[in-house]
Design a protein around this ligand. Structure first.
Ligand code: TYD
Length: 148
């Protein structure tokens, strides 16, 4: 899934997942891999029991694609491409926020009982993270200069 230009925050959006609604039994949403989402899912993890006021994330990935879903409760995802920031409030289990590589993200405002479900395009690799904001800005500047 290579793209010529590095992704900007406006290339990251909410996808509406398949939703099977039953007034009597409740709702069910399904993700079956590349049929329903834009990449093959190779890892699933979730954040939960996040104390009120805590912020998670605070990093970027060089290559990873992710989908973030509020499986329960709500939280705010802030995306930053080094030039522009965008905030998304996630509070519907059938909404998935697609985050492309090279985007700084923080997750905050967790409601009590919130579960942040993350589907990722690859296995965990610490070397693939950019964890310092100044490194991220330098990385983006280089990337953007090469392709502007
Ligand atoms: P981290 O990515 O820093 O969490 P967040 O960005 O949500 O604050 O991960 C927290 C810890 O969990 C860190 O020690 C790495 C570990 N971890 C794994 O071992 N595997 C994984 O797939 C993930 C996402 C994290």
């Amino acid at each position: 899934m290579s793209e010529n230009k590095p992704a900007r925050v406006h290339d990251c959006d909410i996808l509406e997942l398949d939703r099977h609604h039953s007034r009597r039994k409740g709702d069910l949403s399904v993700i079956t891999g590349a049929d329903t989402v834009p990449f093959e899912v190779r890892r699933v993890y979730y954040l939960y029991d996040v104390p009120g006021g805590q912020t998670r994330g605070g990093h970027a990935h060089r290559n990873l694609y992710q989908l973030i879903i509020a499986a329960a409760g709500s939280f705010t995802v802030t995306l930053d491409d080094g030039r522009v920031k965008r905030h998304f409030t996630l509070n519907r289990p059938y909404h998935a926020l697609m985050i492309k590589p090279g985007i700084w993200r923080t997750i905050s405002d967790f409601s009590s009982g919130a579960v942040c479900l993350v589907l990722a395009s690859d296995h965990y690799d610490e070397n693939e993270y950019i964890r310092r904001y100044s490194d991220f800005i330098a990385y983006r500047k280089k990337l953007d200069n090469e392709t502007d």
